[in-house]
Design a protein around this ligand. Structure first.
Ligand code: NCD
Length: 311
């Protein structure tokens, strides 16, 4: 299908499930052409203000949206230290969002509660971007993950992707799977038995006949992989610290383990990395996790420009 017009104009970005393959590819094609803006800047959004509300910790996502908006010539307002906002005084999210709407042209929101971004999109007239909603979704991370695989490998079709770690609570996994169903990939879902991929994710994979297999041992599966997407155990989402401690060191990717893998394996991670990839892996050509934030900047420049329809 050939796209007519820009499907992202004035659109909320809440869940990766909301996008067709054509739309995803359109976004990635625009993103790869954002190098010049990332390098030299532009004034395309010089009259626009991005409202940035982060109610949960963030490094990459928040700074990346900030940088993307600034490269486009726009301004950023907002807060990441929510305990200094009126939410601390008991103001509702409804009131907070409504107030930000009177100052900003677009809202980027992260929160520990599932459904927050969707709720914001329902009550606001400005576009809303979900920058992480509890264990639920993190669509822009997954777009950039897909972009990384595509750019680093050339194509997604025919490859085997291992997704390893906390597959229950990891929101980047939950957002990535609905993107991968659009391609002819073979998935290995590697997790401790208590942190398997959610039933709803399996249903999505099955509905599109995606080949997948659940596994517990990374060592056994590693030789078959073209891409290994590592994730951290989502400590803050476990029911107890005890539960976290039992899985904390379940997977640790080492140089020696990587010798069992394909020579051109891509090792990815949405970051932050805790202990699941040893630091001496960073220098290997397989490690692309520090390239991901660079693709993320291009992706977010593209997304903001498309939502405001300025390209
Ligand atoms: C991820 C997140 O916040 O979900 N981080 C990010 O935005 N790159 C991954 C994580 O916290 O484990």
């Amino acid at each position: 299908m050939i796209m007519t017009g820009n499907p992202f104009a004035d659109r909320d970005i809440i869940s990766t499930l909301d996008f067709t393959k054509e739309e995803i590819e359109y976004l990635l094609d625009v993103a790869i052409n954002m190098e010049d803006i990332a390098k030299n800047g532009s004034t395309l959004l010089s009259n626009k203000i991005l409202g940035s509300i982060f109610l949960e910790p963030s490094t990459r996502t928040r700074l990346s949206f900030d940088a993307a908006m600034k490269h486009l010539g726009g301004q950023v307002i907002g807060f990441a230290d929510w305990d200094k906002s009126s939410i601390k005084k008991g103001e509702t999210l409804y009131d907070t969002f409504k107030v930000v709407e009177s100052f900003a042209d677009i809202l980027v929101i992260r929160s520990e509660w599932e459904g927050t971004a969707k709720y914001a999109a329902e009550i606001l007239d400005i576009p809303v971007i979900n920058a992480g909603s509890g264990a639920q979704e993190h669509p822009t991370q997954s777009f950039l993950d897909l972009m990384t695989i595509k750019q680093e490998r050339g194509s997604l079709d025919g490859i085997t992707i291992g997704i390893c770690g906390d597959l229950t609570y990891g929101r980047t996994v939950h957002s990535l799977l609905p993107l991968l169903i659009n391609y002819d990939v073979n998935l290995k879902l590697i997790s401790p038995p208590e942190l398997k991929v959610r039933l709803e994710d399996k249903t999505i994979l099955e509905s599109r006949n995606v080949q997948f297999e659940e596994a517990e041992s990374l060592d056994e599966v590693l030789p078959e992989l073209d891409v290994l997407y590592m994730t951290r155990m989502q400590r803050e989402r476990f029911r107890s610290e005890e539960e976290f401690l039992t899985v904390k060191n379940y997977y640790v990717l080492t140089r020696s383990l990587l010798t069992k893998g394909k020579i051109d394996l891509l090792v990815m991670h949405p970051l932050p990395r805790i202990n699941e990839i040893e630091p001496d892996v960073d220098a290997l050509p397989q490690a692309v996790y520090f390239k991901q934030p660079k693709y993320g900047l291009l992706l977010r420049i593209a997304l903001l420009g498309l939502i405001f329809d300025v390209f």
